[in-house]
Ligand binder design. Sequence first.
Ligand code: BTN
Length: 254
Amino acid sequence: MKVFKPQVIRYDSLPSTNTEAARLAVLGVEEGLCVVADEQTAGRGRLQRTWLSPKGAGLYCSTLLRPIIPLDQWPLLTFMAALAVSDALRNACDLETDIKWPNDLLSGERKICGILAEAIDTEQGRAVVVGIGINLTKEAFPATLADVAISVEEATSRRPNRETILAALIVAMAHWYSLAQAAAGREEILASWTSRSSYAKGKRVKITNGDQVVSGITCGVESDGALRVETDHSGMKIIRAGDVARVRPSRDVA
Ligand code: BTN
């Protein structure tokens, strides 16, 4: 089994911890490297979005992995990361979270953590940088997002300790990553992800990918992590990218 040797490097400020981890990956650094910054000046989110990262308001970190698993299984690495954050918030803060496909962590239906996994080619082979941004305090996001975002402080009514969460996260990443390297472990990742996600099955959703919109009911995930959706008018669709939003049933007006 591949050993994950954690090594944390800290910075006061970086444009993006993902960019720095990718730079170090190209220089040949071993997997397990975890780049942490107090703030990011050009933090990046999924789908080319910006991830605001004010000083001290969030946990901004990126872990370098060099997985030896079939390429078509790589999307499971983002499931693995979501499970690791879920464990870390449970163990360090006593906070239970939901997972929205593919890898947003929610508390009370508001986003508390985002994950951006980026594959990169290096001389040592293809690597992946798993970037994690956890909202620790409400300063992590603008007040205009208060209805869709939440911080650990608000969710737990306690001031979170960034170092305790980071330590729990690294332990959890090592655990799930070792499972990701074996077929039986990958099944466990899928099963655990499904059991911790209210979005996995039976949820009415709308999925937007560019100008394409799919609406329907979720029906579990494929072995590579793609989301199965029974659409309203065109049968089962397998979704590999996009933004998922919950659709609440409309009330009949008498
Ligand atoms: C998302 O859009 O939900 C993903 C957000 C990922 C943000 C994290 S913060 C640490 C790492 N560095 C980045 O530039 N992005 C990720």
